[in-house]
Ligand binder design. Structure first.
Ligand SMILES: Nc1ncnc2c1ncn2[C@@H]1O[C@H](COP(=O)(O)OP(=O)(O)OP(=O)(O)O)[C@@H](O)[C@H]1O
Ligand SMILES: [Mg+2]
Length: 372
């Protein structure tokens, strides 16, 4: 299944349909590929895929349906070459019933295979809306990118998407915690009206009921920082709605949004929907592509400085491996964990396994399951 040195996953989402996610995902992928990165663009708008069309790929090719129906056991086998050097596509072209809602185990398998793809970057194009699939694929990305138009409806949708993605992340991290898990579920069921489920609120609850979990919450706070792009707005122009969105996310959810730029309107774009990369080469498409490149370089500056020494530690674990490592942690002496709680480290295995492993390594403890 390719090498395991780790790729970086970028996911493009955002509430509303038609705001420009798919064109942007192509822009980002082409920009990375042209810099010599090996890129896989994955069309995970399951059931409404269109990247193959946008890339000018005609005729029958392998697609994600082959993987979902288990005709092909490995994602590597369904990659489709594109006209762009270094850029391969996971096509969503073939529609099969039930495909838009793969079973949970299949979703986990897809995630595992995406993480193990032999590439420098995996760019995921997501569908509109806040389906669990969309939120889960967004949640596994090293960076999530939200794109919106500067209209009130679209901006509110972007907010709804960010909020839903945060909830889903909190749910998945704390799902096995006996106090915090049920609290989040209870709050989530109440719906939008009283809107208490902010990180601030959760922090208060955790301080009361499970103070040893505060470090985990801090990590979520630091790692969940979607990047924001505004479509069809000239460069340098910040719209008041966007400022509102950023402060709303800060005040209501307690999360920091990184605003990475605007993309200009290209009135000829509708004429290039059968070959978007071609548009990027034309004078009229250049301002859009330049803006994408700028946004990508802003987006990636912190990623590129990621610790290289982590590379040989496995980047991804199956649920079974995680359970095994947790049982292993259980057998370790409490004193290894100093005054930090062992339970915290166990829970962190679901969230940041690399961190747990480098902590244990620092204490001279290793296990064969840690390494690829
Ligand atoms: N910067 C732009 N300038 C002009 N037109 C644009 C721009 N960005 C996107 N469009 C147009 O908007 C339409 C929708 O774009 P795209 O398919 O990328 O949206 P989407 O968010 O992926 O939609 P969906 O939610 O249906 O997947 C396309 O027809 C494209 O031509
Ligand atoms: Mg799309």
């Amino acid at each position: 299944m390719g090498n395991r040195t780790g790729n970086k996953i970028l996911a493009i989402g955002g509430g509303k349909g038609g705001v420009g996610k798919s064109v942007l995902s192509i822009g980002i992928s082409v920009s990375l590929a042209k810099k010599g990165n090996r890129v896989v663009l994955a069309d995970l708008d399951l059931g409404a895929a269109n990247l193959h069309t946008y890339l000018g790929i005609m005729g029958r090719t392998p697609s994600i349906a082959d993987f979902i129906l288990r005709r092909k056991p490995d994602l590597e086998e369904i990659l489709v070459e594109t006209e762009i050097e270094n850029l391969r596509l996971i096509s969503g072209a073939e529609f099969v019933p039930g495909m838009a809602n793969p079973a949970h185990w299949m979703k986990l398998k897809m995630i595992r295979h995406l993480r193990n793809l032999d590439a420098d970057y995996v760019v995921i194009d997501l569908g509109a809306g806040v389906h669990f699939n969309t939120l889960d694929f967004f949640g596994i990305a090293d960076r999530g990118i939200v794109i919106t138009a500067p209209e009130p409806g679209a901006v509110m949708n972007a907010y709804g998407f960010i909020k839903a993605a945060l909830f889903r992340k909190l749910q998945s991290v704390f799902r096995r915690h006996s106090v915090i898990g049920p609290l989040i579920e209870h709050e989530a069921k109440k719906g939008e009206k009283d809107g208490r489920l902010s990180l601030e609120w959760l922090k208060g609850q955790i301080e009361l009921g499970a103070p040893e979990m505060i470090p985990i919450l801090k990590e979520i706070e630091e790692s969940f920082a979607p990047a924001l792009i505004i479509n069809r707005v000239p460069e340098g122009h910040t719209h008041v709605l966007v400022k509102n969105l950023i402060s709303l996310c800060m005040e209501k959810l307690g999360i920091q949004i990184e605003y990475i730029g605007n993309l200009p309107d290209v009135k000829e774009m509708p004429f290039y929907l059968l070959n978007i990369p071609k548009l990027f080469e034309k004078d009229m498409g250049k301002p859009y592509f330049d803006a994408v490149e700028k946004a990508v370089s802003r987006l990636l500056s912190p990623l590129q400085s990621a610790e290289p020494s982590m590379a040989r530690i496995k980047k991804d674990f199956t649920d079974e491996e995680i359970e095994k490592i947790i049982s292993f942690i259980d057998t370790l002496d409490d004193s290894i964990f100093d005054n930090t709680n062992k339970e915290v480290w166990k829970l962190r295995m679901f969230f940041k396994p690399e961190k747990v492993i480098s902590f244990l390594e620092g204490k001279g403890i290793t296990h064969e399951l840690f390494y690829a």
